[in-house]
Design a protein around this ligand. Structure first.
Ligand code: ADP
Ligand code: MG
Length: 705
């Protein structure tokens, strides 16, 4: 039987076909369920009159009552404003108007009493109100105080033009609440409600739309956030649980010749973190379950070595391994490094990319089929082409955020069984986000840098210092070091005031003329051979400077490079800046990252540059980035296939609730790992009614199980 919440929204009194169409299109509301879970994004409080002395910034919209004691113009030019001082018996506050000044002036007179309604904001060390509503006492007293907080819902022009005002929307919610009254069952288990002191669902739904008071609103918000995060975590943990139970993994118990030969020939001892991660991977490989592990480690933390040694474990057990990189440049680099490390071990490795010739390809296909090729390195050409890797035991994906979940799933068909999967990322992901994005993966972290790294010194430089910048680079080159100079990607549509690579390249060549200096250039428009040639010039030390677009962002390793100049740095995101900076400081030399910007910068750009100069900790930057941009914009989350249409919780702010919700979800599955009890079944059923939008992840692993 259909639940009342699944009723089409057009059947709600006051909606009908036309408005239903608008609600579908503008707000994605199709059913009663969608409607009731469309919450106000803020509340206004006309239920009380605040004392001026008790006002703090950031509160909801509030009202105050007072006498105007001053009216004056202040500031000049664009910051010119009308300033009105309002006083009550407890204090005074400034009301500020940048627009409609004449209108306000005509309406307000000194010495008279008014009601003011607005949102207090912090300005320097005082609190003011910008563009509040002002009513005379007579006007205001004509309308009675509303009894409670009033919700404000998101809207669009089309909705308003279609007659769906905030007032009507509220009314619809109210009649919906009446209609479903007594028909909403509790969605959470009783013991969890008790343990976390959650209010009942009907109470929460009523109060999120029509709060009785602030305390009830807070209780409602807490409950609904908890519930949202609980089901999100439950869906992720459920996948993990099923996988652990059903998917058998290939057993790779032997540590043999290949691993030991390479390990013993390493030019350096592994760091403690590298050893720990290899142990974690090995445990997965002998567990009998398929490994799905995410390896997080800052740029330069030595993930490649971990990848190689893991691949050799597969080889030692008679299996093949494949290592995928997001770009050809990177694949080539991995191939070279790995080849070097494998010299004399008898393990074979080949490179396959989009630009591999037919003949090479055929040879590789043959060697993969007959098992004589142990390790294959490549780009996503490996997935897209019909390459068969019959004894594929381990798949390693480097820089995961470039690969979608779907691409990962396709790897499944390379062999006749499910290979172990290791995903490596150098984009540190804040813990809360990692739990949500990768809650279904096991996570390993390399949190220790190889010894001898000196933190990269980061400086912010503007155009007027360009000459001294060049002098500095020359000094570094004279000491035998190399420099990167990176420009934002060129797109035709973008305005010309940004340095484009070509101009920059010309300028650099003029400044660093041949034959004294040698400058290489790498960008996305180049042919692959040219790119590889110039890359090689720089990597081998024949070129002093590499001028590049952000193609070099990921992975390129040139330990001798000591300077990273980032042009128009204000155009890059934090994680991108951090990735770029990670290209230097790989050798023992003191290294520098120089962020070139224009004089004018937005507040956010300035903040990013400041943060970059203040810390080299990738996790700290990632946390900040998430706070500044919100989780939906963090690199990688969009392609990751998980929902960010969280309705009420905020991953960067609701940390504590997330932890509780995760514990609660875990406790359910711990008690009932087979998901057989009626209680758990009910939860899973409810989960299926939610549009969590993570179907991709589910298909990813249900394939495997
Ligand atoms: P990542 O891929 O994590 O950014 P890499 O694997 O490219 O980092 O390693 C960066 C550099 O550090 C490489 O030149 C590598 O040879 C070196 N390296 C890796 N592990 C160690 C270690 N334990 N001690 C010293 N150097 C190391
Ligand atoms: Mg790497």
């Amino acid at each position: 039987m259909k639940h009342i919440l699944d009723t089409d929204i057009k059947f709600l009194t006051g909606v009908g076909e036309v408005r239903a169409g608008l609600l579908n299109k503008e707000l994605g509301i199709y059913t009663f369920r969608d409607m009731i879970h469309t919450y106000p994004f803020r509340y206004i409080d006309r239920s009380k009159i605040y004392n001026i002395s008790e006002i703090v910034p950031g509160t909801a919209y509030i009202q105050i009552r007072g006498t105007v004691t001053g009216i004056s113009m202040a500031g000049t030019g664009r910051s010119q404003r009308l300033s009105i001082i309002l006083k009550d018996s407890t204090g005074s506050i400034e009301l500020v108007f940048f627009k409609g000044i004449k209108w306000v002036k005509d309406k307000i007179s000194q010495g008279k009493e008014y009601f003011v309604f607005g949102k207090p904001t912090q300005f320097r060390d005082t609190v003011n109100m910008v563009h509040p509503e002002i009513d005379s006492v007579d006007q205001r007293l004509a309308t009675p105080l509303s009894k409670s907080l009033t919700g404000v819902y998101s809207s669009t022009d089309k909705l308003r033009n279609g007659g769906i005002t905030n007032k009507l929307f509220s009314k619809l919610q109210s009649s919906l609440l009446e209609k479903i009254n007594g028909k909403i069952e509790e969605t959470l288990p009783a013991q969890i409600i008790r343990k976390y002191n959650l209010c009942p669902l009907p109470f929460a739904l009523k109060n999120i739309h029509f709060p009785d008071d602030t305390a009830s609103l807070e209780a409602a918000r807490f409950r609904l956030k908890f519930e949202e995060l609980f089901f999100l975590q439950l869906s992720l943990l459920k996948q993990k649980c099923i996988r652990g139970r059903l998917s058998s993994g290939i057993l790779l118990p032997k540590v043999g010749k290949a691993f030991n030969a390479c390990y013993n020939a390493l030019p350096f001892p592994l760091t403690g973190a590298q050893k720990r991660v290899i142990k974690e991977i090995r445990e997965d490989m002998i567990s009998g379950h398929q490994m799905n592990r995410l390896l997080q480690g800052d740029v330069g933390s030595g993930k490649t070595m971990v990848a190689l040694l893991s691949a050799l474990l597969a080889v030692d057990n008679g299996y093949q391994a494949c290592i995928m990189a997001p770009t050809e440049v990177l694949a080539l680099q991995h191939f070279k490094n790995i080849s070097r490390n494998l010299e004399g071990t008898g393990v074979s490795v080949a490179l396959l990319t989009g630009s591999s010739r037919k003949k090479e390809r055929d040879a590789i296909d043959a060697a993969l089929s007959d098992g004589s090729l142990n390790i294959i390195v490549g780009t996503h050409a490996l997935i897209e082409e019909r390459v068969r890797i019959p004894k594929l035991g381990l798949v390693i994906i480097d820089e995961q955020h470039r690969f979608g979940v779907e691409q990962r799933a396709r790897l499944r068909y390379k062999s006749d069984f499910a290979p172990h999967i290791l995903v490596m990322t150098a984009t540190p992901i804040p813990r809360t986000l990692a739990m949500t994005l990768y809650g279904d993966l096991d996570v390993s972290i390399i949190d220790e840098m190889p010894p001898g790294r000196k933190p990269v010194m980061t400086m912010h430089v503007t155009e007027s210092k360009r000459d001294s910048l060049y002098a500095f680079i020359k000094k570094e080159i004279a000491m035998g070091h190399q420099a990167f100079i990176v420009y934002p990607l060129i797109k035709e549509s973008e305005t010309m005031d940004y340095k484009n690579l070509e101009e920059g390249f010309q300028q650099i060549i003029n400044e660093f003329p041949a034959p004294k200096y040698s400058v290489a250039v790498v960008h996305g428009q180049q042919k692959n051979q040219d790119k590889a040639y110039d890359m090689d010039l720089f990597a081998s030390g024949k070129a002093d400077i590499l001028v590049a677009t952000s193609v070099i962002e990921v992975g390129v390793d040139v330990p001798n490079a000591s300077v990273m100049v980032i042009e128009s740095a204000e155009r890059f995101g934090l994680s991108q800046l951090h990735q770029l900076r990670g290209r230097v400081g790989r050798g023992a030399e003191k290294s520098y990252c120089i962020l070139m910007t224009g004089y004018k910068m937005s507040k956010e750009s300035r903040r990013r540059i400041e943060l970059m100069c203040a810390t080299t900790d990738g996790f700290e930057l990632a946390e900040e980035d998430m706070k500044m941009r919100g989780p939906g914009d963090i690199d990688g989350t969009r392609q990751s296939g998980i929902a960010f249409d969280l309705k009420i919780s905020n991953l960067s702010k609701d940390n504590l609730i997330l932890n509780m919700a995760r514990d609660a979800a875990a406790s359910i599955l711990e008690l009932d790992p087979l998901m057989e009890s009626p209680e758990t079944k009910r939860l899973i059923e409810h989960l299926n009614t939610l549009r969590l939008n993570n179907g991709e992840i589910i298909s990813d692993y249900s394939e495997i199980s």
